[in-house]
Design a binder for this molecule. Sequence first.
Ligand code: NAI
Length: 259
Amino acid sequence: MAGRSPIALVTGARRGIGRGIAYALADAGFDLVVNDAIDDTAARETLEAVRSRGRRATFVQGSIADLAGHARLVEQAFGAYGALDCLVNNAGIQVKVRGDILDVTQESFDELLAVNLRGTFFLTQTVAKRMLAESRSVGDPSRSILTVSSVNARIAGPNRAEYCIAKTGLTMMNQLFALRLADAGIMCFEIRPGIIRTDMTAPAKERYDKLIAEGFTPVRRWGEPADVGRTVAALASGALPFNTGDAFHVDGGLHIQHF
Ligand code: NAI
């Protein structure tokens, strides 16, 4: 197996940031296992675009919120190409109705936590156990687990409390897995995107256009899925070999407190 291509599983990768991550990883030489809850033409397009970059691509359908499905999902991911070097926890959802924290419903809270935190945690746990059980050969690719949280892991968004709470939980999750997996050489990183142009942010386009033009983000432009992809690909390729547990903002400076 020495010298083989690295292999990555990206959750929620049929569109948006996950797709941008899949493309950047393919450009960096990774073969891809693309996961999503939905299997549609967008998923096919993502697979085709990875293949057009000269890399292999397999689709594994499943919701990360379905814990009972994790064993199958992870087996299929490891089975696709015989190993797995990188997990990118990207799948996530936004609140359906933005509003006052005093109006957050149990249903919305549970839904957000089930996908963005509970599902992500237990999928990571299952992948980590499987990674630890794998025998490694000299020359195998470096291993990593990257978790896409949000700038809302640090900056409060008062009209989407349950989203922020779930994403903040990922900050601690990343550090705890970094501690547990360092001896195995599995580096763990958190990625905090800012305002990225995807279907998730499309409903708020006009508001964000205005904020960006006014300088809300020091770098006055929308982030693109490819921006997040570049950061993920660098980290997954082992560009920072003495780092683990760190959080990286991909937000044009949005997180910088200033007055
Ligand atoms: P998106 O809605 O465009 O894409 C998300 C993808 O994840 C979809 O293909 C969806 O089907 C899939 N997905 C949703 N729930 C899933 C589940 N339970 N299991 C498997 N797949 C599932 O969203 P976008 O913008 O690409 O977001 C990706 C990640 O980035 C999310 O975790 C989001 O919270 C985070 N993020 C996005 C930002 C943005 O500005 N777009 C900013 C900060 C963080």
